[in-house]
Design a protein around this ligand. Structure first.
Ligand code: AOF
Ligand code: ZN
Length: 360
């Protein structure tokens, strides 16, 4: 009805504060899975009097930190939250109750929580308590912040991104690790956003490990190594210098040789290398997001790329076009016959390269 429509019209200030929430939420990038990243600010008389974000699953939610920060000033203030406040007892008590108890007069929400045990009940609980509630402010931005969480909540499957680099003559540039890493730390930030990264064993034989950032406390995704082709794989000291865990998926043709120090590395032998089995494993481990990174020997990925496209296993594609000539052939895509178009394509320059991102 009309009244509801009018209440949903956002003022510019609302957008400003929700964007602030998203910025604060991202402080916990990589650390909240399987929970979403959430930010909250408490505003009174045009001034931010409290702010908080959800740091990690099991710890208090964004609203709780922001209310603590605001103290008594929360009374009659407006709370801005990038995600609908929860209304259930999970690892932590409901945020709706905390907001009601703090006597805020209004709550502005970025997006409804797709979690079926919350899904709009947080909003109605607040409304029933006489609090004015507005939702859908900067919704697209809030959805992008938690694209993996949303996908995982709605489908039960991990969110899968396919990533690769191309040279300007249209070949793979994925053996040129240096170029990829050079782009202003972009790659290491990207890695932190994923719970797992799938790479070719080629990277390991090059004594190269996938490390997101050497900064203490930086999230290291689980490193999933595809050991394909016949013969044996000798592992260099992949895990000794980082806190990243490694698991090796091999087809039955290959013998993996470990050094003493690598006994802890888990191996899974598959009859045939396939992405479905790898994603099932991730799902069982409770991992919400996986990046398939075609670095190294792109030929190692032929079958799983074909499978990934045919079975619609990819949600997102990230392509980096490097300002260099002379990439390898595009062998890995040779079975690709589908004419699929990416949605919501964005592009930006990144140092010397151009980054394209889109959704399938
Ligand atoms: C919020 N604010 O900051 C977050 C929310 O096990 P729990 O108690 O941490 O609950 C996890 C669920 O709570 C999660 O699946 C999502 O629905 C919601 N996350 N809600 O109000 C927050 N992180
Ligand atoms: Zn909550």
């Amino acid at each position: 009805d009309r009244l509801v429509n009018i209440r949903c019209v956002e003022s510019n200030d609302d957008g400003f504060y929700i964007r602030k929430c998203v910025e604060i939420a991202r402080k916990a990038v990589g650390h909240t899975s399987p929970n979403p990243m959430v930010g909250c600010v408490i505003v009174k008389n045009g001034e931010i009097v409290g702010e908080g974000f959800h740091p990690k699953a099991g710890q208090p939610h964004a609203e709780v930190f922001a209310l603590r920060d605001a103290g008594d000033l929360a009374e009659n203030a407006t709370a801005f939250v990038s995600l609908e406040p929860c209304n259930h007892y999970g690892r932590t008590p409901p945020c709706t109750e905390a907001l009601i108890k703090a006597k805020v007069k209004k709550v502005v929400v970025g997006m409804v929580d797709p979690n079926p045990i919350v899904a709009s009940t947080g909003l109605s609980k607040l409304r029933d308590a006489g609090i004015e509630v507005i939702t859908g402010v900067e919704e697209e931005l809030c959805r992008k912040l938690n694209e993996a969480y949303i996908h995982q909540m709605l489908t039960g499957n991990p969110f899968v991104t396919l990533r690769y680099s191309l040279s300007i003559d249209g070949g793979f540039a994925d053996q040129l690790a240096a170029e990829v890493m050079e782009s202003g730390g972009y790659y290491s930030k990207l890695l932190q956003e994923y719970d797992a990264v799938v790479v070719s064993s080629f990277l390991l034989s090059e004594k190269y490990s996938v490390v997101s950032s050497k900064e203490p406390g930086a999230k290291q995704p689980l490193q999933i190594v595809l050991a394909k082709s016949s013969g044996s794989l000798q592992l260099p000291a992949v895990t000794t210098d980082t806190s990243s865990k490694t698991i090796i998926f091999s087809d039955k043709e290959i013998a993996v040789e470990f050094e003493e120090s690598q006994r802890g590395i888990e191996t899974v032998v598959l009859d045939r290398m396939n992405l479905t089995a790898i994603l099932e494993h991730c799902k069982r481990q409770g991992l919400c997001s996986v990046m398939l990174d075609l670095r190294g020997n792109s030929a190692d990925f032929e079958e799983i790329l074909q499978e990934g496209f045919e079975q619609s296993l990819f949600q997102k594609v990230i392509v980096e076009v490097l300002a260099i000539l002379g990439g390898n052939s595009k062998e890995a895509f040779k079975y690709m016959q589908q004419n699929r178009r990416l949605k919501n394509l964005t592009s930006r320059t990144l140092g010397e390269s151009i980054l394209l991102e889109g959704y399938l």
